[in-house]
Design a protein around this ligand. Structure first.
Ligand SMILES: Cc1cc2nc3c(=O)[nH]c(=O)nc-3n(C[C@H](O)[C@H](O)[C@H](O)COP(=O)(O)O)c2cc1C
Length: 268
């Protein structure tokens, strides 16, 4: 095995593609950012690097705040769209049916559909050659309560988070163990990793919409059965939607059809 030398480049991946909302509830904008990360723990500090040519750049530079919205599978298409279209020319919220919610510590809005949002206040900025880097403090975090378990554990494996690597989007892969698993021999780390059925559920939902799902028997349609079960679940608030979908999948599906591949962009 030998390594081939490539020219220097931004080949650090996977990265989280995030949707950064800025402006105000009345005059908002959103753009996709991959150049982001954490740079300090206490206080929690993050950064985003934005090209001055972006419509959002002037808004962030002026308002000195923004909201980082993590992206999961249902948001993936909107994430890509908001990374190729400019708020100077179109209303991306309207185009992608994105609902906004007020943040508690900043004027910039958050995306309702995002599983985790970070409210950020700009502390400093640095004009680099191609981008301006905004260093910001994370002043509040909002989590969709459907991902917080009864014991307060954050069920990241249920979120269906998206990663961005070398110009393509991916879902997260297998759970390999918790922080310190290499030395930690506790029961938690010996047991099977948490498996996410998120992709399977989405495929089933897609097939239901398209009407391509094959149902074995002559029982009432799966769509109707699912709707009934979902309604019961919501009413009693006892069992998760995921659980019902899994049960119904096992009962009614014969086979799944392959999903279409995700779109690609390298326009950072
Ligand atoms: C996956 C992805 C990641 C991106 N990352 C960045 C980034 O880190 N910085 C940046 O300035 N633009 C980035 N872009 C491009 C902007 O999101 C894009 O130019 C967008 O249309 C700007 O929107 P605006 O003009 O409404 O601000 C990225 C685009 C995609 C699709």
């Amino acid at each position: 095995m030998s390594k081939i030398s490539w020219k220097p480049g931004t080949m650090l991946f996977p990265l989280p593609p995030v949707m950064v909302t800025c402006g105000t509830m009345e005059k908002p904008n959103v753009l996709t950012i991959a150049w982001t990360g954490i740079v300090n723990s206490e206080p929690p500090l993050t950064y985003i690097s934005v090209r001055p040519s972006r419509f959002s750049h002037a808004i962030i530079a002026e308002n000195k705040e923004f909201c980082i919205n993590l992206v999961n599978l249902p948001l993936a298409k909107a994430c890509d769209y908001c990374g190729v279209k400019s708020g100077a020319k179109t209303d991306k919220f309207k185009d992608m049916n994105l609902e906004l919610e007020a943040c508690s510590q900043i004027k910039a809005p958050q995306l309702k559909a995002s599983p985790v949002t970070l409210e950020c206040k700009v502390l400093d900025s640095d004009k680099l050659d191609t981008h301006e880097m905004f260093l910001a403090e994370i002043v509040n975090v909002n989590i969709d309560d459907k991902y917080v378990e009864e014991d307060n554990r954050l069920a990241v494996e249920k979120m269906g988070l998206v990663a961005f690597a070398h110009g393509r989007y991916y879902t997260l892969g297998r759970d390999l163990g918790g922080f310190g698993f290499s030395v930690d021999k506790t029961k938690e780390n010996k047991t099977k990793p948490r498996k996410s059925k998120f992709m399977e559920i989405l495929k089933i939902e897609e097939q239901l919409k398209e009407g391509t799902l094959k149902i074995k028997d002559k029982k009432p349609s799966l769509k109707k059965a699912l709707a009934e079960k979902k309604a019961t679940a919501a009413k009693h608030n006892k069992r998760s939607r995921k659980h019902f979908l899994q049960i119904d999948r096992r009962r009614h599906t014969k086979k799944r059809t392959p999903q279409t591949s995700s779109s690609q962009s390298n326009n950072k």
